[in-house]
Design a protein around this ligand. Structure first.
Ligand SMILES: [Zn+2]
Length: 327
């Protein structure tokens, strides 16, 4: 699309460009993507790119004079019967319509795209030779051409899990959460799988791929513990927002290149976890460097997760003690 001498694009033009790069048919069935609100004929000179549509990012978009917001997460994922301005989301809907600012969502259709959300995340870590972690099923609309959820690639040089954790915290957008990791800190990592956003569901894919480490967000106690107990890759758990924020740069560059619009990329950390305090250094004999491969509790450790004998009443996952010993 030529940008020289042509009139500024409309909301409909921006939507057309977005839907070519991130076809709605590629989205998961439960997902809700595409134009949420906004007149298709409204002229767009500036687009604000955000992970979350929240009052703070909407205020940013209005302050910078954006005519359109492109967000990763749906504002309205579940059915609603009211957008009254007395509700949290209704307030946002009213604000945007009154200001004539359109809203478009590219979520799982942008996750699966190539390039997509996890390509930008992998690039931050310096991974090369990228391939999908979880390719779409044959016959599904997104199948083929390197598309899929998550990416697998090689680090520029091997590093230990401790070094990779530090590296990830350095190259990802800053958050209070930072990056935490699970596994032997001295484990040597060469091949890494990444998945922007909640990656719990792809633990089995990471194990099947034989990678040394898997970086994602929103990992939970039991699935993570069981995954490690079964000999899976080391895990790195970053802030959800930080794993998806890198994609906004790619999105904005594409909009500038194809439509000649100005872009604004929000660096406002919308991760809900806003406070973090590291525990004081341990004074006991239990060292944080104790290899995780060791089934024996560290000296001085009076109780460990693996020492549990019965799951809690409402525990959705059995305790790891129930698993076969690791090879
Ligand atoms: Zn997400």
């Amino acid at each position: 699309m030529s940008t020289t001498g042509s009139p500024p694009p409309t909301v409909a033009d921006v939507v057309a460009v977005l839907e070519r790069r991130y076809p709605p048919a590629w989205a998961e069935q439960w997902d809700r993507v595409g134009l949420v609100l906004g007149e298709p004929t409204t002229v767009v000179r500036r687009v604000a790119c955000v992970v979350d549509v929240v009052p703070e990012t909407v205020a940013e978009a209005l302050t910078v004079g954006a005519n359109m917001i492109v967000a990763h997460h749906p504002l309205l994922l579940r059915g609603v019967s009211s957008v009254a301005p007395t509700t949290y989301k209704g307030r946002i809907v009213h604000q945007l319509i009154r200001a004539d600012v359109a809203l478009h969502v590219a979520h799982t259709n942008a996750d699966v795209a190539n390039p997509g959300v996890s390509d930008a995340l992998a690039a931050r870590l310096g991974l090369t030779g990228l391939r999908p972690l979880h390719p779409p099923a044959p016959g599904s609309p997104a199948h083929g051409e390197g598309r899929g959820i998550g990416r697998i690639g090689e680090l520029p040089h091997p590093m230990t899990l401790a070094e990779l954790t530090r590296h990830a915290a350095d190259v990802l957008p800053p958050t209070a959460w930072g990056v935490r990791a699970a596994g032997d800190p001295s484990r040597v990592i060469r091949t890494v799988a990444v998945s922007g956003g909640s990656g719990d569901g792809f633990l089995a894919d990471a194990t099947a791929a034989g990678v040394d480490a898997f970086l994602t967000a929103d990992l939970r106690h039991h699935p993570a513990g069981e995954h490690l107990a079964e000999g899976g890759p080391a895990l790195l758990d970053a802030a959800h927002w930080a794993t998806e924020r890198p994609w906004l740069d790619d999105l904005a560059a594409h909009l500038r290149a194809t439509l000649g619009v100005e872009t604004y990329v929000s660096d406002l950390d919308t991760d809900p976890w806003s406070v973090h305090a590291a525990s004081p250094p341990s004074t006991g004999p239990a060292s944080p460097a104790t290899p995780q491969e060791n089934h024996t509790p560290a000296p001085g450790a009076t109780a460990t997760t693996r020492g549990r004998t019965a799951p809690a009443q409402d525990d959705p996952h059995p305790a790891v003690d129930d698993k076969e010993p690791r090879p």
